[in-house]
Design a protein around this ligand. Sequence first.
Ligand SMILES: *Cc1c(COP(=O)(O)O)cnc(C)c1O
Length: 233
Amino acid sequence: MITENIKDVRERIVAACERAGRKPEEVTLLCVSKTKPCEMIEEAYQYGERSFGENHVQEIALKSEYFDGRDIDWHMIGHLQRNKVKYIIDKVKLIHSVDSMRLAEQISSEAVKKGLTAHILLEVNMADEESKFGLKPEDTEALAREISSLPGIVIEGLMTVAPYTENAEDNRVYFRQMKELSVDISSKNIDNVNMSVLSMGMTGDYEVAIEEGATHVRVGTGIFGNRIYKNNA
Ligand SMILES: *Cc1c(COP(=O)(O)O)cnc(C)c1O
């Protein structure tokens, strides 16, 4: 089932790229494996997938340990608490969910301590939803400038979680605005800030996101099926 799902998602990615005149290699598929067991990740890995998204620190720690030595890129896509940065900083390729100077400072200090460079995205709440984390679009450049002076941390782009909708077209406007915001910030040539990554699009709307310029799409349900949350998850 997972294999068929991935095949289908991959085909849709190629088709969306064709519609947009883009190359499929420009789009990284993140298989969002949160709450799912390692056996399912193994199946996706056997199919050829190498990038996985998780939103809990403990799960990243456990799963990266389980797959120790494999060529897997782990991506932190969920809200990150400052006191937990130290547990994942050397395990993830990219932290997608930075939306405050305090969190960036913590990431910077842990990175310096471990002698590495942390790669991050700024999370933007494009639709200004109260329930969501993320920066207001108009505050994003100012935070990028503040973070740019910190050691051990590089901003690689922007991430957004668009509103839940039955109709993916509803989110096109947010994806388009996010692309515009990234082009705008990119044009400012801020040190340690580049806008090469646009992480946007989930199971319900990743094709539209690709048409609007997504470089990373985060697909969970569409690959692994519905998630079952336990009380403590
Ligand atoms: C869970 C999650 C996803 C995947 O959502 P699906 O709708 O299952 O594809 C993507 N991005 C973030 C930040 C998530 O937390």
